[in-house]
Design a binder for this molecule. Structure first.
Ligand SMILES: [Zn+2]
Length: 265
């Protein structure tokens, strides 16, 4: 994943996706937005105490940088669930989706940017270059335990006829096990869902585990039928990389949000 820039947006660009040539896509960093500390500066999250006009201004910067424009920008109210929004027809009002509660967005509509906000959780993008369908998913520990990545793949298969072996995936920057210790309820959530994904939690002390959410999502995508060569993973830990990324845990909850975004051309 390389560091790229479009207008003012500094972002990580999954090169697998770029090679297909049909979408704009990436994971934002915190640079060159309009928000002040502690939200400096490209805070894209509406659930922070940052001024709403700052977040709106930052979202406009992102939407305009890739040509779709703010009126064709789709984000939702994320609730750490596994429900998905599917947009398969042109819509007169894309902004109203902001009030919808779900944690993933899928679309086959061109020039509609779909995006999920994160600040430790895994932002995940999917692209089917054959059927021209894209997805943006928010996978924190709850979404990962609920296997939202496989649900996104299944929806692309069922609704758009995607072949999982042709789907590309980009797993964006998230908090890594170096900085992500969890307790028993998190481990139990993985155990109760089946699939054996609790193997990505390593014991680190009495009642403590270090959880690798990115690796769990990669395994879930592999189990859903994606090829290993079709999955690109950001190498950063957002908590260790304060110059590039917000981290909810590192900043004690007072911080901004970055986004994973994708738009069909
Ligand atoms: Zn770290």
């Amino acid at each position: 994943m390389k560091q790229s820039k479009a207008d003012k947006i500094h972002y990580l660009e999954p090169e697998l996706f770029t090679a297909s040539g049909i979408s704009s896509h990436g994971f934002t960093t915190r640079h060159e937005g309009v928000s002040r500390p502690p939200y400096n500066s490209l805070n894209l999250g509406t659930t922070t105490l940052d001024a709403a006009h700052n977040v709106e201004g930052n979202r406009h910067l992102l939407a305009n940088a890739f040509g779709g424009g703010p009126e064709r920008f789709v984000a939702v109210t994320q609730v750490h669930g596994v429900d998905l929004l599917v947009i398969d027809t042109p819509n007169p009002d894309y902004l109203h989706f902001q009030r919808l509660t779900c944690d993933g967005i899928i679309t086959n509509q061109p020039e509609v940017m779909i995006a999920v906000s994160v600040a430790d959780c895994v932002p995940l993008l999917l692209l089917d270059p054959e059927k021209r369908v894209v997805a943006a998913l928010h996978a924190g520990w709850k979404g990962t335990a609920g296997n939202i990545s496989a649900k996104g793949v299944a929806a692309m298969v069922e609704l758009f006829g995607s072949d999982p072996s042709r789907i590309l995936a980009a797993v964006g920057p998230a908090i890594s096990p170096c900085c992500y210790e969890v307790d028993l309820p998190v481990l139990e959530a993985f155990r109760s869902q089946g699939g054996g994904y609790e193997r990505f939690a390593e014991p680190s002390g009495e009642g403590k585990w270090r959880l690798d959410m990115s690796a769990a999502n990669v395994a879930q995508l592999r189990d859903a039928g994606l090829g290993e060569e079709n999955i690109e993973v950001a190498p950063h830990c957002v908590s260790c990389t304060s110059e590039l990324f917000f981290s909810h845990r590192r900043d004690n909850g007072v911080t901004g949000r970055q986004m994973g975004f994708i738009m069909l051309k």
